[in-house]
Design a protein around this ligand. Structure first.
Ligand code: HEC
Ligand code: HEC
Ligand code: HEC
Ligand code: HEC
Ligand code: HEC
Ligand code: HEC
Ligand code: HEC
Ligand code: HEC
Ligand code: HEC
Ligand code: HEC
Length: 313
C-alpha cells in the first residue's frame, strides 16, 4: 500500500507541489485548507473509501466548509503538507499525537452529545484510553459507529477477565449477541450513579435517566412497590446479583439463596433480633430444616410486593 502511495505521490508532485514553492523570497504563506480532492491524489486508498464514512456526509451535501468536515476537519489545514510533498510533521498525524491532543481534536465536534458529556472524567480518559483506542476512522470493521472491532472483542482486548465471566454457566448472553456491553456501560463515561449511594463506576449507563441499567430490560423489578425491599433500592441489584456471569442460579452472588439473605439478615451488629432495623428471621424459621433454607420459596416477591410487607405474596 505504501508503495502505491509513494508512486502516486511521485506522479502527483510535479503538478500539485511545485507551484507552492515558486517564490522563495516571500514569507511562507499561512497554512491553508486545500480540500479533500487534493488529499486524494496521494492518499488514494483512504480517499477511495471515504464516501462510506459518516464524516463524508455533510461534505457531500455541500453544506459544510472543508475545515468543518472532510480530511482537514480532523487533520487540520493541509497547505504546508502539500507544499512539503507530505510527511508526518506538516499535518496533524494521529500517530504522533498524545491522548490529550486526540481527545481534544475529536471533541472539537463531538462534545455536544449527552453520551459524552462526562468523558473527561471517565475511568477510560484517566487511563489514557481515548477515542482512537476504540474507534477507527479509516479501518473500521463494523457497520455502525466506526468501531475498531466488533464491540465485545473490542472491550475484551483490554478486559480479558470479563470474557471469562461471560463464559460462565449462568450469564447475560453477550457473546451470543443477545445483550451488549453498552446496554449496561457507557464507555464514554456517565455521571456518577444515583444508586449504591453513588459509589458505583461512572462507566455504567443509567436507564430512565438515573436508575440502574438493569431496569431497562427487567422492568418488572422497577416498582415502585407498596412494600419495598430496602436493599433493592439502597445496595441495588448488585447487592445480590453478579451483573456479568456466575456459577450460581439466577446470577446470584452466593451458591444458595439463604447465604445471600444471611449476609444482611444475620443479627450481627446488635444483640437483639432487630439488627439495626434489618430483622433476623423469626423463631418460626428453623434453619436446620432444609425447607427454610429456600427463603424465596415463601418470600416470593423478594424484589418488592404490593400486598405483603414480608414479600410473601
Ligand atoms: C474523523 C476524523 C478524520 C477524518 C475526517 C479523516 N481522518 Fe485520516 N485519520 C484519522 C485518525 C484518527 C487516524 C489514525 C488512524 C486511525 O485511527 O484509523 C487517521 C489516519 C490517517 C492517515 C495515516 C494512515 C492510516 O491509514 O492510518 C492518513 C494518510 C489519513 N488519515 C488521511 C486522511 C484523508 C486523506 C482523509 C480524507 C479523505 C482523512 N484522513 C479524513 C482521523 C480522520
Ligand atoms: C503530494 C502528496 C500528498 C498530498 C497532496 C497529501 N499528502 Fe498526506 N502524506 C504524503 C506523504 C508522502 C506522507 C508520508 C507517508 C508516511 O509517512 O507514511 C503523508 C503523510 C500524511 C499523514 C500522516 C500519516 C501518519 O503517519 O500518521 C496524514 C495524516 C496525511 N498525510 C494526511 C493528508 C491530508 C489530510 C491531506 C489533504 C489535506 C494530505 N495528506 C495530502 C503525501 C501527501
Ligand atoms: C472505550 C471505548 C471507547 C472510547 C474511548 C470512545 N468510544 Fe465512542 N463509542 C464506543 C462504542 C462501543 C460505541 C457504540 C455504542 C453503542 O453501540 O451504542 C461508541 C459510539 C460513539 C458514537 C456514536 C453514538 C453516540 O454515542 O453518539 C460517537 C459519535 C462516538 N462514539 C464518538 C467518540 C469520541 C469522539 C470519542 C473520544 C472523545 C469516543 N467516542 C471514545 C466506544 C468508545
Ligand atoms: C470536523 C468535525 C468532526 C470531527 C473533528 C470529528 N467528527 Fe466524528 N462526526 C462528525 C460528523 C458531522 C458526523 C456525522 C454525524 C451524523 O451522521 O449525524 C460524525 C460521526 C461520527 C461517528 C458516528 C458514526 C456512526 O456510525 O454513527 C463516530 C464514531 C465519530 N464521528 C468518531 C469521531 C472520532 C473518533 C473523531 C476524532 C478522531 C471524530 N469523530 C472527529 C464530525 C466530526
Ligand atoms: C484500549 C484498552 C481498553 C478498551 C478497548 C476498553 N477499555 Fe475499559 N478500561 C481500560 C482501562 C485501562 C481502564 C481503567 C483501569 C481499570 O479499571 O481496569 C478501564 C476501565 C473500565 C471499566 C471500569 C471503570 C471503573 O470505574 O472502575 C469499565 C466498566 C470498562 N472499562 C468498560 C469497557 C467497555 C464496556 C469497553 C468496550 C466498549 C471497554 N471498557 C474498552 C481499558 C480499555
Ligand atoms: C447486564 C449489564 C452488564 C453488561 C451486559 C456488562 N456489564 Fe460490565 N458491569 C456491570 C455492572 C453493574 C458493573 C458494576 C459496576 C459498579 O462498580 O457499579 C460492571 C462492572 C464492569 C467492570 C469493572 C469491574 C470488574 O469486574 O472489573 C468492567 C471492566 C466491565 N464491567 C466490563 C464489561 C464488558 C467488557 C462487558 C461486555 C463484554 C460488560 N461489562 C457487560 C454491568 C454489565
Ligand atoms: C439489554 C437487556 C438487559 C439488561 C440491561 C439486563 N438484563 Fe438481565 N437478562 C436479560 C435477558 C435477555 C435475560 C435472559 C437470560 C438469557 O436467557 O440469556 C436476563 C436474565 C437475568 C437474570 C436471570 C438469570 C437466570 O438464570 O434466569 C438476572 C438475575 C438478571 N438478568 C439480572 C440483571 C441485572 C442485575 C442487570 C443489571 C446489572 C441486568 N440483568 C441487566 C436482559 C437484560
Ligand atoms: C435482596 C437480594 C436481591 C436484590 C437486591 C435483587 N434481587 Fe433479583 N433475585 C434475588 C433472588 C434471591 C432471586 C431468585 C428468586 C428465586 O429463586 O425464585 C432473584 C431473581 C431475579 C431474576 C430472575 C427471576 C425473575 O424474577 O425474573 C431477575 C431477572 C432479577 N432477580 C433481577 C433483579 C434486578 C433487575 C434487580 C435490581 C433492581 C434485582 N434483581 C435485585 C434477589 C435479589
Ligand atoms: C443487602 C442487605 C440485604 C439482603 C442481601 C437481603 N435483605 Fe432483606 N432486608 C434488608 C433491609 C435493609 C430490609 C428492611 C428493613 C426495614 O424495612 O427496616 C429488609 C427487609 C426484609 C424483609 C421484611 C422484614 C420486615 O418485616 O420488615 C424480608 C422478609 C426480607 N428482607 C427477606 C430477605 C430475603 C429472603 C433475602 C434473601 C433473598 C434478603 N432479605 C436479602 C436487607 C437485605
Ligand atoms: C416456609 C416459608 C418460609 C421460608 C422458607 C422462609 N420464611 Fe421468612 N417468613 C415466613 C413467614 C410466614 C414470615 C412471617 C411470620 C413470621 O415472622 O414467622 C416470615 C418472616 C420473615 C422475616 C421478618 C421477620 C419479622 O419479624 O418481621 C424475615 C427477615 C424473614 N422471614 C427472612 C427469611 C430468610 C432470610 C429466609 C431464608 C433463610 C426465610 N425467611 C425463609 C416464611 C418463610
Amino acid at each position: 500500500m505504501r508503495f502505491i502511495r509513494v508512486i502516486a505521490c511521485l506522479v502527483a508532485l510535479p503538478f500539485v507541489a511545485l507551484p507552492q514553492t515558486a517564490s522563495p523570497l516571500k514569507a511562507a504563506p499561512p497554512n491553508q485548507y486545500i480540500g479533500n480532492d487534493q488529499c486524494g491524489i496521494c492518499h488514494v486508498e483512504i480517499a477511495k473509501d471515504f464516501f462510506r464514512n459518516p464524516h463524508y456526509k455533510s461534505i457531500a451535501s455541500g453544506k459544510e466548509a472543508p475545515e468543518k468536515t472532510g480530511c482537514e476537519g480532523c487533520h487540520g489545514a493541509g497547505g504546508n503538507h502539500l507544499a512539503a510533498g507530505g510527511g508526518q510533521a506538516t499535518i496533524r498525524a494521529f500517530s504522533q499525537m498524545t491522548p490529550a491532543q486526540i481527545i481534544d481534536t475529536c471533541l472539537g465536534c463531538h462534545s455536544k452529545d449527552l453520551s459524552r458529556a462526562n468523558i473527561r472524567r471517565s475511568a477510560h480518559t484517566e487511563a489514557d484510553v481515548v477515542c482512537t483506542n476504540c474507534h477507527s476512522v479509516h479501518h473500521s470493521t463494523t457497520p455502525k459507529f466506526l468501531l475498531a472491532k466488533k464491540q465485545s472483542e473490542l472491550c475484551y482486548q483490554c478486559h480479558a477477565p470479563i470474557r471469562a465471566q461471560f463464559d460462565m454457566p449462568v450469564k447475560h448472553r453477550v457473546n451470543e449477541g443477545v445483550v451488549q456491553c453498552t446496554d449496561c456501560h457507557n464507555p464514554h463515561g456517565n455521571f456518577a450513579a444515583s444508586w449504591r449511594t453513588g459509589t458505583g463506576s461512572n462507566l455504567v449507563t443509567a436507564s430512565h435517566e438515573n436508575e440502574e441499567p438493569c431496569l431497562k430490560c427487567h422492568a418488572d423489578k422497577r416498582g415502585p412497590f407498596v412494600f419495598e425491599h430496602a436493599s433493592v433500592r439502597v445496595e441495588g441489584c448488585s447487592g445480590c446479583h453478579m451483573p456479568h456471569g456466575s456459577t450460581n442460579a439466577k446470577l446470584l452472588k452466593r451458591p444458595v439463596v439463604f447465604t445471600v439473605c444471611l449476609e444482611c439478615h444475620n443479627g450481627a451488629g446488635t444483640f437483639g433480633r432487630e439488627n439495626l432495623g434489618v430483622f433476623v428471621q423469626s423463631a418460626s424459621h428453623n434453619m436446620l430444616d432444609p425447607k427454610y433454607q429456600r427463603c424465596t420459596s415463601c418470600h416470593v416477591k423478594i424484589h418488592g410486593s404490593n400486598s405483603d410487607p414480608r414479600f410473601l405474596r
